[in-house]
Write a protein that binds this ligand. Structure first.
Ligand SMILES: Cc1cc2nc3c(=O)[nH]c(=O)nc-3n(C[C@H](O)[C@H](O)[C@H](O)COP(=O)(O)O)c2cc1C
Length: 380
């Protein structure tokens, strides 16, 4: 199948990846109510079609936090991408750089900050608040040394939400022996993936946090370590501590409430991501797109507002911009594309988003993404 849409990359990833990784990417927490809402609420928004306006020149570029993005899209931090394709974070970062959009590296990436920065374009770096502040200080110093332009500080994961699919697939919860057997069976059933990962993709560790987990052998050992190290005591005051270690822009990721957005402004953040972690944390909360307008109304002029969750097309991107986002991040869309076929597929997926955004702009009469507002929507 030749992929035409984001859902096609999902299908190709389903075929190529071992079940445990496909389910890890695809799933959400608990009954997946929020995961479905993220997509359904975006789908339900109607664009307002306008015709016969000179649309010969389109401007999709946005300036944000000292950078120019060629289109208002970025690759959200996604853990373990180097298990979906060999050195997956590097492949995705290259595709993002070629498209002129940011790649945000997860704390739990297979490739380290240094390995991704060696592509020539330092990534945005995503960090969780860890109990071991000494280690956090070290990570921040490493990100700074690699000239990462933005710190994305994820605040909606004081502990991981339960993802039933990961238990059922054998990804979490089983014994080491069961995990090994599942991996061996999966490997045999997915020779293309196995060849790619084992011939070109080693080591299978979490590069950035590797130093902290001396006894770690498998990615799940590292994930277990990080799960124990999430700090639940964290408050807005801790941003002051982060600020002492990091003098660049800070983007708080995982805000869904206007009150929290105001606190993010008070804490001195330069940006926030309206996000529910792609429906992977507190199930039952509202979708990101439903949360966006209130947050934009509350703090729109005070910091950069980004949004992620459920974005599956360029049409979705324009809807989010119309409701107050400066840019959107995509998570599963790029993880599926990477799993489907590495860097070339991520590049194609970004190209698909660009073409879809162009059509949406032309037929809503929006020549410049910076002018996108609620008038582009057919609101009830
Ligand atoms: C497989 C997977 C792993 C993720 N890992 C991280 C992570 O390490 N750090 C983080 O801040 N968010 C993580 N997220 C959340 C994404 O950054 C983003 O918020 C979410 O995927 C957006 O929703 P979407 O997948 O519908 O685009 C992950 C999401 C997925 C699907």
């Amino acid at each position: 199948m030749r992929a035409a849409s984001v859902s096609d990359y999902r299908e190709l990833a389903r075929r190529r990846l071992p079940n445990i990784f496909f389910e890890y990417i695809d799933g959400g927490s608990y009954a997946e109510v929020t995961l479905k809402r993220n997509v359904a609420d975006l789908e339900a928004i109607a664009l307002r079609q306008r015709v016969m306006r000179d649309m010969s020149k389109l401007d999709m570029s946005v300036q944000t936090l000292g950078q120019t993005l060629k289109m208002p899209v970025g690759l959200a931090p996604v853990g373990m991408a180097g298990m979906y394709a060999s050195r997956g974070e590097v492949q995705a970062a290259r595709a993002a750089a070629a498209a002129g959009v940011p790649f945000c590296l997860s704390t739990v990436g297979v490739c380290s900050i240094e390995e991704v920065a060696a592509t020539g374009t330092p990534p945005w770096f995503q960090l969780y608040m860890l109990k071991d502040r000494g280690y956090m200080r070290e990570l921040l110093a490493r990100a700074k040394a690699q000239a990462c332009p933005v710190l994305v500080f994820t605040v909606d994961l004081p502990l991981p939400g339960s993802r039933y699919r990961d238990v059922r697939s054998g990804f979490t919860g089983g014994s080491a022996l069961q995990a090994m057997l599942t991996q061996a069976r999966d490997g045999i059933g997915h020779p293309g993936w196995t060849w790619d990962l084992f011939m070109r993709g080693r080591p299978h560790t979490l590069g950035t946090v590797q130093g902290a987990v001396k006894e770690g052998r498998r990615v799940t050992d590292f994930l277990a370590w990080i799960s124990k190290n999430f700090d639940r005591s964290v408050t807005w005051k801790d941003i002051d501590w982060v600020r002492e270690q990091w003098d660049g822009p800070i983007v708080v990721k995982g805000v869904l409430d206007a009150e929290d957005a105001r606190d993010a402004v008070k804490a001195g953040a330069q940006g926030l991501v309206v996000s529910n972690h792609g429906g992977r944390q507190l199930d039952g909360v509202r979708s990101s797109i439903a949360a966006l307008p209130r947050i934009a109304d509350a703090v729109g002029g005070d910091l950069e507002i980004y949004m992620d969750g459920g974005v599956r097309s360029g049409l979705d991107v324009l809807k989010a911009l119309a409701l107050g986002a400066k840019a959107c991040f995509v998570g599963r869309a790029w993880a599926w594309a990477l799993g489907a076929g590495g860097q070339p597929m991520v590049a194609r997926m970004l190209d698909t988003l660009r073409s879809e955004l162009a059509v949406a702009m032309i037929l809503t009469g929006c020549a410049n993404v910076r002018d996108a507002g609620r008038d582009l929507l057919d609101l009830p």
